[in-house]
Write a protein that binds this ligand. Structure first.
Ligand SMILES: *Cc1c(COP(=O)(O)O)cnc(C)c1O
Length: 394
């Protein structure tokens, strides 16, 4: 008899974050796909109903002022700020990650010295970032150079305008060294743009501390904002006056209601806004962020590593040797909050796991991906997932 089920129970009992699970709507399923779509916090439906029924239904146009709709993008940005190590006034929420990658890259290129003609992008990036980077380079007359994050230090030079990197690789779960890479980018005089989609809400980011220039991230993964919840854009305070948006909509105007035919950008992070915000999604996100009140990101990181360590240990015990290959780094300093296992029949295996109540996802062509959201995943979930996986792989 394995000792792992008992150990899992003990680990759950000692887990200080365990009570947070009750704040989410979860069933008997082991949900390891929070890195794709976070679970629903239980209080969100009533809050959204209030936004629809009262704020929209009764107050109507008055809500732009009285319900704080107009200032929601920067107000909610300030709620995300402590989770990514940013002081207030540097983050706005709105639009998708893809759109914010575009704003950030074009703005970064416009801030770089005119003679710098190369844009470096992570060659292994989530595809949308690569597509947008290609377009941003084409529009600004720069050359796009795809390189792996490991190649970045040697690819940097006096031609580099900006570098777009992912903090955690969406496929392998590899955590990249944000402080060191940002330092290398700055040492060559370029700007560092980070995509935080797979790190924000799972581990400390330290945007201010490490001098990141621009950053983007989505809110529907570890931040549990709901399907299609708006993304965010971070612009370091010292760069805000030079942030020249490629999408200067009226919401980022210094006097949006002045209705002037000429554009004058607002001061601060508001400059990253474009048009009318998607209020329903935005306010669902704002409600969802309540679960973070009083939660330390360091505690979340500690639990995340404990969960992924324990998962690897259980997989090791429950799965015949060589049946899967772990593509996520074992070293803590290189691991995000997911484990990716490679096996030739990954697509079929994941279908069977989901049918048995263990929900991860499949990434083409051969990766089983398991995301561990410390706010609501426990050690018994981990043990069960690994046990079912071992049975399906047998
Ligand atoms: C999830 C994710 C996105 C998603 O972009 P959307 O515009 O929200 O569809 C982009 N980049 C990375 C790295 C991601 O992980």
């Amino acid at each position: 008899m394995s000792e792992l089920p008992l150990l899992a129970k003990e680990l759950d009992q000692a887990d200080e974050l365990a009570p947070l699970r009750d704040r989410f709507v979860l069933d008997e399923v082991v949900y390891l796909d929070g890195n794709s779509l976070g679970a629903l916090p239980a209080h969100v439906p009533d809050r959204v109903a209030d936004v629809v029924r009262r704020q929209w239904g009764e107050l109507r146009i008055r809500s732009w002022e009285e319900s704080g709709w107009w200032t929601a993008p920067e107000r909610i940005g300030d709620r995300i700020a402590p989770l990514v190590g940013a002081a207030p006034g540097q983050i706005v929420v709105g639009d998708s990650t893809s759109v914010n990658v575009f704003k950030a890259l074009v703005a970064a290129i416009r801030m770089a010295d005119a003679g710098r003609d190369e844009l470096l992008v992570d060659a292994t990036t989530f595809p949308t970032d690569g597509y947008i980077a290609e377009s941003a380079a084409r529009l600004t007359g720069r050359t796009l150079r795809p390189v792996t994050p490991a190649e970045v230090p040697s690819a940097l030079g006096d031609r580099t305008a900006a570098v777009l990197l992912n903090h955690v690789d969406y496929r392998t779960g590899r955590l990249h060294d944000l402080p060191a890479l940002t330092g290398a980018v700055h040492a060559c005089g370029a700007l560092a743009v980070w995509d935080l989609c797979h790190s924000a809400g799972a581990l400390p980011v330290g945007l201010d501390e490490h001098g990141v220039d621009l950053a983007v991230g989505c809110t529907y993964k570890y931040l549990n904002g709901g399907p299609g919840s708006p993304a965010y854009l971070y612009v370091r305070r010292e760069l805000q006056d030079r942030f020249d948006s490629p999408l200067p909509g009226w919401n980022s105007h210094a006097e949006p209601f002045g209705m002037s035919p000429s554009y004058t950008p607002a001061a601060g992070a508001v400059r990253g806004r474009v048009g009318t915000p998607d209020i329903l999604s935005l306010l669902a996100l704002e409600a969802a962020l309540d679960v973070w009140d009083g939660v330390s990101v360091d505690a979340v990181r500690a639990k995340s590593l404990a969960l992924t360590d324990f998962f690897l240990r259980c997989v090791d015990e429950y799965t015949e040797p060589g049946r899967v290959e772990c593509v996520t780094p074992v070293r803590h300093a290189e691991r995000g909050s997911q484990i990716a296992l490679r096996c030739p029949d990954a697509g079929e295996v994941m279908k069977r796991l989901i049918a048995r109540g263990v929900v991860g996802d499949f990434r083409h062509p051969d990766v089983l991906r398991f995301g561990f959201t410390p706010l609501y995943v426990g050690f018994r979930d981990v043990e069960r997932a690994a046990r079912v996986l071992g049975e399906e792989l047998a």
